[in-house]
Write a protein that binds this ligand. Structure first.
Ligand SMILES: *[C@@H]1O[C@H](CO)[C@@H](O)[C@H](O)[C@H]1NC(C)=O
Ligand SMILES: *[C@@H]1O[C@H](CO)[C@@H](O)[C@H](O)[C@H]1NC(C)=O
Ligand SMILES: *[C@@H]1O[C@H](CO)[C@@H](O)[C@H](O)[C@H]1NC(C)=O
Ligand SMILES: *[C@@H]1O[C@H](CO)[C@@H](O)[C@H](O)[C@H]1NC(C)=O
Ligand SMILES: *[C@@H]1O[C@H](CO)[C@@H](O)[C@H](O)[C@H]1NC(C)=O
Ligand SMILES: *[C@@H]1O[C@H](CO)[C@@H](O)[C@H](O)[C@H]1NC(C)=O
Ligand SMILES: *[C@@H]1O[C@H](CO)[C@@H](O)[C@H](O)[C@H]1NC(C)=O
Ligand SMILES: CC(=O)N[C@H]1CO[C@H](CO)[C@@H](O)[C@@H]1O
Length: 427
């Protein structure tokens, strides 16, 4: 026992001298990395990293500092069965894949702060079901926290999301985090906070949520706060003056709703058109328009001007035809409305390009006409039949021996006599 500790101290002292030491002869340190008994530290000085990084048993800490860009997947860091701490610094991670950390069953701490990570560069289930206790995602570019992002993190105690651009946290986003004691949301763009982020009717008594550096709105009451069961949430918010009691009288925050979420507009070439997209919601939603080419209207198109809900297109061209999307967003979520704009040009006026969509209509009306004629003929037939019967009865009254007439009436063919026979439409 004493011997082992001595050996450990000896190896650690070697590591302190800056000499790479490998644990045993058949394990080599990855190229570009420094290794000691329990940890591997890569890049740092010489910006070189060979992917995959092959680890070894007994390595509990891996640090990548100033490495070249790479994609983090379950294949990029291999053979780290006892890894407990993974630190990535100043390294442009292009993407974090699903299950990227699934091969580290002992992982406790994951530091991915300051990497410019955004919602688009993290797979939605990248962190799911890990046994980690600490996750640091501060100093990144996260804008929205989707509800499944932290699902299954049952041992997580510290979650640092500070210094991002988070404006929206979806309901239930933190519902798996039953052990959470520190949630840092400082310096984001949050407008509201709500206990609906957590599991309903659960108590997270020892939790501290820091919201300093957010511009919490006074426009609406934070959803769910009024419930007695959610008092733990109000108590967990730090600093304790972020929320005021007065807010309870305000209407509850609500996600945007767009009244008319689909419309078709036909417009003549070179005329101007204004497309409206009015959204309700509290706080008041802001609207942006996406053009048919998928780009934001704000990215500078001279013929388009957007003013909150309105999109003003001056002198429309044939090429402006297509699908326009209005996206209304507030702190609670987003709503989308679609407008299909069809520009009618002079050349297409003779044979408009909406012709094909018209022709099924014409076909349908033709079929209706045929049915109408057939029904009319039938009614006419019945009327004639009835009239003939009346005449027959009248004749019978006068003379009860009108043999030929009775034979004529009995023949059922009388219904097919109409003067304008039509084939039954094939429906
Ligand atoms: C993050 O982005 C900034 C600005 O685009 C850049 O200067 C910085 O090097 C990036 N950091 C990483 C780790 O990619
Ligand atoms: C997370 O990383 C930041 C640096 O980016 C640091 O300031 C902060 O203390 C870390 N959070 C925790 C909980 O360690
Ligand atoms: C996490 O675990 C749940 C339940 O065990 C499972 O349904 C889900 O697919 C897992 N997610 C991932 C990304 O492995
Ligand atoms: C917070 O919101 C108020 C009112 O909307 C605004 O005047 C102020 O500049 C905002 N502050 C920050 C730091 O965004
Ligand atoms: C907020 O906390 C401070 C100390 O941190 C305390 O003096 C103050 O009374 C608290 N305010 C409320 C409303 O609880
Ligand atoms: C739409 O844009 C045109 C050209 O920029 C301008 O003349 C017109 O006044 C605008 N209409 C509205 C309602 O903003
Ligand atoms: C379309 O025809 C109208 C008159 O019929 C004319 O004023 C207009 O300039 C024409 N537009 C184009 C693009 O030729
Ligand atoms: C010092 C140390 O942690 N040694 C461990 C290395 O890994 C083997 C199993 O792979 C353990 O038996 C040692 O105790």
């Amino acid at each position: 026992m004493d011997l082992r500790i001595l050996r450990l101290v000896f190896l650690l002292s070697l590591a302190d001298l800056g000499r790479p030491v490998s644990i045993d002869s058949d394990t080599s340190c990855p190229v570009g990395c420094n290794c000691n008994l329990l940890s591997i530290h890569c890049c740092r000085s010489d910006q070189y990293l060979q992917i995959p990084v092959i680890g070894a048993d007994n390595i509990t800490k891996l640090q990548l500092t100033s490495c070249p860009s790479f994609e983090l997947s379950s294949q990029s860091l291999r053979n780290f069965p006892f890894l407990e701490e993974l630190i990535v610094k100043s390294t442009p991670i292009t993407y974090i894949n699903a299950n990227a950390f699934a091969n580290f069953p002992r992982l406790k701490s994951l530091f991915l702060n300051g990497l410019n990570l955004s919602t688009n560069t993290i797979h939605p289930s990248a962190f799911n079901n890990l046994s980690i206790q600490e996750l640091n995602l501060s100093n990144n570019n996260l804008i929205i926290i989707q509800h499944q992002m932290f699902s299954g993190l049952q041992n997580l105690r510290v979650l640092d999301l500070s210094v991002n651009k988070i404006g929206i946290i979806q309901d239930q986003a933190f519902e798996s985090l039953q052990q959470l004691s520190v949630l840092n949301l400082e310096n984001n763009k949050l407008k509201t906070v709500t206990p609906n982020w957590f599991k309903a009717l659960s108590h997270y008594s020892s939790l501290e949520i820091s919201v300093k550096g957010n511009n919490l709105t006074k426009e609406c009451n934070y959803r769910g706060m009024e419930l007695a069961d959610n008092q733990w949430f109000t108590k967990s918010i730090k600093p304790n003056d972020s929320l005021t009691e007065a807010d309870i009288k305000l209407p509850a925050c609500s996600i945007p709703i767009i009244n008319n979420n689909y419309q078709n507009i036909y417009i003549k070439e070179l005329s101007s058109v204004i497309i409206y997209c009015s959204a309700n919601g509290i706080p008041k939603p802001t609207s942006t328009w996406l053009l048919p080419n998928g780009l934001d209207v704000m990215s500078g198109y001279p013929s388009f001007s957007a003013d909150y809900g309105k999109l003003n297109i001056s002198r429309v061209k044939a090429s402006d035809s297509g699908v326009y999307a209005c996206v209304a967003t507030n702190s609670e979520g987003s709503a989308v409305a679609i407008t299909r704009l069809s520009v009618i040009t002079n050349s297409s006026a003779v044979l408009p390009n909406n012709m094909p969509s018209n022709s099924p209509n014409k076909k349908a009306s033709l079929v209706l006409l045929v049915i109408f004629i057939v029904i009319l003929s039938l009614i006419l037939g019945f009327v004639i039949c009835y009239f003939v019967k009346m005449v027959y009865k009248l004749a019978k009254k006068n003379s009860n021996t009108n043999f030929e007439f009775s034979r004529f009436v009995d023949t059922p063919n009388i219904l097919q006599v109409p003067e304008n026979p039509q084939p039954m439409p094939h429906l």
